[in-house]
Design a protein around this ligand. Structure first.
Ligand code: 13P
Length: 252
């Protein structure tokens, strides 16, 4: 089964509205009409409206970087799905290791967030990944099993393929230490096998991104791997030229 590659840039806590608009102005002539790669930018809440407006009519989709699972309520500082949907975002990245590590995002919360995002008609990108110590201790598969099985537990089998999973080994994030093609392939294949335990059909259709020090120079090799269907990119997605270079790598 051929899966459309999906490359998303996760801006994290970068870019004011003015900087975001400058980036989109630079990206549109480079990638705004690409139709063989799905392209997303994961934008801080404050710049979402501006980026939705400036990408309208292009092939660039806009994602938020977090959402609360409740419909509404007394959750100071949080953002609901209705608020995001009103801005016409395409989806939400959840479970990033930085949110797990610094903001205590738990598998239990993700178990509620992923189906809530789908119920709102949006696309979840569910992140998973092991630490250096966990890989060294041969715990990678156990860690990924917990994160993926829990995160998808309350998604119906027929909706599983609407989720994108981003495999991001923590030791590769922002370190310049990219996973080897063998590590990326083997681990993404394992993640796909976890989906196959629920539905073989969904496992064949679901997109699994690799993330962690993806750059224009290594994107083509990583994205050519059979179980790597795209990339979730941090640092190299902050400049339009290098993000466009990674998108080109997905087309190679
Ligand atoms: P880097 O591409 O900067 O390693 O970050 C990866 C990441 O965390 C994307 O979500």
């Amino acid at each position: 089964m051929s899966r459309t590659p999906f490359v998303a840039g996760n801006w994290k806590m970068h870019k004011t509205v003015a900087e975001a608009e400058e980036f989109i102005t630079a990206l549109l002539p480079l990638a705004g009409a690409v139709d063989d790669v799905q392209i997303g930018v994961c934008v801080p809440f404050t710049a979402i409206q501006a980026v939705v407006d400036s990408t309208r009519g292009s092939s660039i989709e806009v994602y938020a970087q977090n959402v609360h699972e409740a419909e509404k309520g007394a959750y100071t500082g949080e953002i609901s799905l209705a608020m995001l949907d009103e801005l016409e975002v395409h989806g939400v990245v959840v479970g990033h290791s930085e949110r797990r590590q610094y903001f205590n995002e738990t598998d239990a919360a993700l178990r509620a967030k992923v189906p809530a995002i789908l119920a709102a008609g949006l696309t979840p990108i569910l992140c998973c990944g092991e630490s250096d110590a966990q890989r060294e201790g041969n715990e990678t598969e156990a860690v990924l099993r917990t994160q993926v099985v829990e995160g998808l537990a309350d998604v119906a089998d027929e909706d599983l393929a609407k989720v994108t999973i981003a495999y991001e080994p923590i030791w590769a994030i922002g370190t310049g230490k990219v996973a080897t093609p063998e590590q990326a392939q083997e681990t993404c294949k394992y993640v796909r096998s976890l989906v196959a335990e629920r539905s073989q059909e969904a496992a064949e259709a679901i997109r699994i991104q690799y993330g962690g020090s993806v750059k224009p120079g290594n994107a083509a090799e990583l994205l050519s791997l059979p179980d790597v269907d795209g990339a979730l990119v941090g640092g190299a997605a902050l400049e339009a030229d290098s993000f466009a270079g990674i998108i080109e790598g997905a087309r190679a």
